[in-house]
Write a protein that binds this ligand. Structure first.
Ligand SMILES: [Fe+2]
Ligand SMILES: [Fe+2]
Length: 255
C-alpha cells in the first residue's frame, strides 16, 4: 500500500494569503499536481490536520475547491486549527450542526488504517479522551490496524517549544500501541517537520507541512514577536508499506 501524507496546509482563501509569508493555497495546489502524477499512484491520501488556518467557512470552501483537483479521495484528521462544526458541514457535507470528534477506520490494499481526532478544543496541544481511547483499544484488539494517523505526535520530538504542544497525557495511548505488535506506523503532523521516533514496535513519523515549515529555534524580533516559520519549500511524505515492512521518503516541492 502506498500512502501519501499531506499535512498542515493551513489554507485561507486567496484574498487572505499569505500565511506566515507563504502562499499556502498555491503550495497545496502544486502538491496536488505532484501527487496526481506519482508512480505508483497512492492507494490512500491522508491529510493529518490543520486543514485550514482559521476555522472559517470560506477557508474550508477554499481547500475543498483545491482538493477537487486531486485524483484521489483525501481522508482527513482534525488538527488544532480545525473547527469541527464547520469542517463537518463543509468537508463532510453533514446537514446537522455537529461538534463531535471525528475518528474512524478504513481498509486499503489489505491494510487497516485508523484516523484519530486529537483536538482539545481551544488548545494548541492535543488530547485523546477515554471514549476515543476505548474505541481505539477495542479496534486494536479485534481488527488491528497497521497504521494510525493523527495530528499531534504522542511522544516528544526533541524540540522544546514543539514538545510543549504535543499530545498531552499520552500514557494510555502509548500503552495501547505498545501492546499491539501489528501496529507499525503512527503518522502525525502538527510540528511541520520530519521526525522519526521509535516506540516498542511501531514508529512515529511526523511530516513536514505542505504549507509552511517551522523553525526548531524560533527567531525573536526586537519587538518581542516570535518568528516560527521558515522559507523552506513545501513537502509531503510518501510511505510504502506491505506485510514485510515499510519505507518512506519526503518529496520536497520546488518552492
Ligand atoms: Fe499546523
Ligand atoms: Fe497543529
Amino acid at each position: 500500500m502506498r500512502i501519501v501524507q499531506l499535512s498542515d496546509p493551513h489554507i485561507v482563501p486567496a484574498d487572505r494569503q499569505p500565511v506566515h509569508g507563504q502562499d499556502t493555497l498555491g503550495r497545496l495546489r502544486a502538491a496536488i499536481d505532484a501527487v496526481n502524477v506519482l508512480s505508483p499512484s497512492p492507494d490512500l491520501v491522508v491529510m493529518t490536520g490543520d486543514q485550514i488556518n482559521d476555522g472559517s467557512e470560506d477557508s474550508y470552501r477554499a481547500i475543498k475547491d483545491v482538493l477537487s483537483y486531486l485524483r484521489f479521495p483525501c481522508h482527513m484528521a482534525i488538527g488544532n486549527h480545525d473547527y469541527r462544526p464547520v469542517f463537518r458541514r463543509i468537508m463532510l457535507e453533514e446537514s446537522v450542526a455537529n461538534s463531535a470528534p471525528y475518528y474512524y477506520a478504513l481498509e486499503r490494499a489489505g491494510q487497516r488504517v485508523i484516523v484519530l481526532d486529537t483536538q482539545d478544543e481551544g488548545e494548541v496541544a492535543g488530547r485523546l479522551n477515554d471514549v476515543q481511547l476505548d474505541w481505539l483499544e477495542r479496534g486494536l484488539s479485534t481488527n488491528p490496524p497497521a497504521v494510525i494517523c493523527m495530528h499531534h505526535p504522542p511522544v516528544p520530538v526533541g524540540v522544546a517549544w514543539m514538545d510543549e504542544l504535543i499530545l498531552q497525557e499520552s500514557g494510555r495511548f502509548l500503552r495501547i500501541c505498545n501492546a499491539h505488535p501489528s501496529l507499525r506506523l503512527i503518522l502525525c503532523g502538527h510540528v511541520h517537520h520530519d521526525f522519526c521516533i521509535e516506540l516498542d514496535h511501531a514508529t512515529v513519523l511526523t511530516a513536514p507541512s505542505v504549507g509552511l515549515q517551522f523553525r526548531k529555534d524560533p527567531v525573536i524580533r526586537a519587538d518581542g514577536t516570535r518568528v516560527i516559520a521558515t522559507d523552506e519549500p513545501a513537502a509531503f511524505r510518501i510511505v510504502d508499506i506491505d506485510d514485510s515492512g515499510w519505507t518512506t521518503s519526503i518529496r520536497q516541492l520546488a518552492s
